[in-house]
Design a protein around this ligand. Structure first.
Ligand code: FE
Length: 212
């Protein structure tokens, strides 16, 4: 083994790492030592998932759909094409389907098999999304699960569950909140939370923003 990973830069104390973090670090060291990957490539991938992709990308897509009926139409027709063809701040690799919420219909996304998730537009999935209880219960008792997330839907709003696969990912287009006619696209994007694009919460209102 080379000593190429006796770093001179500061590292976090290994004793404070979780088991998973230790395993990831060990795996990274082995891959680097064997020359299978380069550390800067790993750093670039991490940087990509931490900063470039994330819910802010999805939020901008939703805000664009709210202000531009034309874009919304093409987004609902073929989200991958609409995003890759019309937006400079986002790029989708997988087949993405956008589903729109209304007073009549509320959409929720899950992956019942594992943890498929629209990484390109939402970044890393939250821990609960990958948990067994969410994956099974959101299908069998969606209304109670949504209530536990703090989302009380009217009884006559239908709930539709979309099960992601390796080939197909879903992005929920939440309803635009009332009294936001004067807001800019960027201000609107700030109202769009990650969970509202999974379907487990509402978007923020301007009142929420004042309070946070
Ligand atoms: Fe999956």
């Amino acid at each position: 083994m080379s000593d190429s990973h006796h770093h001179d830069h500061a590292h976090s104390d290994v004793s404070t790492l979780t088991d998973i973090q230790k395993r990831v670090k060990a795996l990274e060291s082995i891959l680097v030592d064997k020359g299978l990957v380069e550390r800067d490539v790993i750093d670039q991938i991490i940087e990509h998932f931490e900063n470039k992709v994330g819910p802010h990308v999805g939020a901008r897509i939703v805000a664009r759909a709210w202000v531009s009926p034309e874009f919304k139409k093409s987004l609902l027709a073929d989200a991958t094409n609409a995003i890759n063809g019309e937006l400079d701040f986002a790029e989708v690799g997988q087949h993405l389907i956008a589903v729109e919420n209304s007073d009549e219909l509320h959409n929720v996304v899950v992956c019942t098999l594992c943890s498929c998730y629209p990484w390109d537009v939402l970044g890393l999935p939250p821990v609960w999304y990958k948990s067994a209880p969410y994956r099974s219960r959101v299908v069998s008792e969606p209304r109670s699960v949504l209530e536990e997330f703090g989302l009380d839907l009217p009884q006559d709003t239908k709930i539709r569950i979309w099960d992601s696969t390796a080939e197909t990912r879903y992005l929920v287009i939440p309803q635009r909140p009332k009294n936001t006619e004067l807001m800019s696209e960027a201000e609107l994007a700030d109202l769009v939370t990650r969970d509202s694009m999974i379907g487990t919460s509402d978007v923020l209102t301007t009142a929420d923003q004042v309070n946070t």
